[in-house]
Every structure is written in C-alpha cells, then in structure tokens.
Design a protein around this ligand. Structure first.
Ligand SMILES: Cc1cc2nc3c(=O)[nH]c(=O)nc-3n(C[C@H](O)[C@H](O)[C@H](O)COP(=O)(O)O)c2cc1C
Length: 138
C-alpha cells in the first residue's frame, strides 16, 4: 500500500464495450479491479449500462496514472474519453470502495450514462456519489 500522505488525484472517463467483447468480461474486470486497486490504495466506482462504461478512480500518483494508462489500452473497451482529471479532495469520495460497481437499470432514466455525458466532470462525480445507495459493496 502506498504512503497515505502521497498526493491524491482523481480521474473520470467514459467508454464503450468493444463490439467483439462478451458482456461477461465485466465481472472479470470488476474482480481484477477490486483485487489490484486495494494493493495500490486506489478507490472509485465503475458504472456500466450494458454498452457504456463510466469510471471514476482516485488514488496516489503515480499508481493512478499507471492504472489509467493500462485501462486506456484495454481492448475490451473503445472510445476511451477522459472527462475530468484533478487533485482529489480529502477525504476521498469513495474511500470505502476498491471499485464500487453499478449496473444501471434505472427505469426512470433510460440512458443514465448519456445524461452523465451532458454534464461537466465534477457534476458527473456528484451524480456518481448519488449512486452510493445502490453500491454493491466489495
Ligand atoms: C472499463 C474498464 C475498467 C477497468 N478498471 C480497472 C481498475 O479499476 N483496476 C484494475 O486493476 N483494472 C481495471 N481494468 C482492467 C485493466 O484494463 C487491466 O486488464 C488490468 O489492469 C490487468 O492488466 P494485465 O492483464 O496487463 O495485468 C479495467 C478494464 C476496463 C475495460
């Protein structure tokens, strides 16, 4: 686990499940993320709607940058689009989750990730925090 006092950063992006990729890979991604992120002091949330991902990660540099590079190169998704990058406020937003996972099926909002894309980065993060009651605790 990295030193707790190293500078924390956060990063938000959206992407699409690659067309040749089985949806079942998402379970593998979440399992990998939870195991690896714990070792790096990285926390966050992954939202998936069956087609699109939106992920927020927070943690110490350079571990966070290395992970973002790795995720960005992952062939299981495409159209990797950064939405927000900054220092992370203290306390962390998702301190209890190595990687919270939300599969959106909200009948009140047919396409929640599309609506997220119309917002600025910090507004999206606030929306993600509002999903906390739905979180599947790791
Ligand atoms: C949408 C998406 C989100 C991911 N999030 C994480 C994550 O938070 N942590 C993680 O360790 N891997 C995550 N991965 C998996 C990484 O891209 C990569 O497969 C993993 O770090 C293992 O890399 P390796 O197979 O080269 O060792 C994610 C992949 C995708 C497609």
């Amino acid at each position: 686990m990295p030193a707790q006092n190293s500078l924390l950063h956060c990063f938000l992006y959206r992407s699409h499940l690659a067309s040749n990729t089985d949806i079942a890979c998402v379970g593998d991604i979440v399992r990998t993320a939870r195991a690896f992120n714990k070792t790096q002091g990285i926390t966050g949330i992954l939202v998936f709607d069956g087609q699109q991902f939106c992920q927020y990660v927070e943690g110490p540099q350079p571990a966070l940058s290395a992970l973002i590079d790795q995720i960005g190169r992952d062939p299981r998704h495409t159209r990797f689009t950064p939405l927000h990058s900054s220092e992370c406020p203290s306390p962390r937003r998702f301190a209890s989750w190595a990687m919270a996972y939300v599969l959106t099926d909200d009948e009140d909002d047919a396409d929640p990730l599309a609506s997220l894309s119309r917002l600025e980065g910090t507004c999206i993060i606030e929306k993600l925090q509002a999903l906390i009651p739905k979180l599947d605790m790791a």
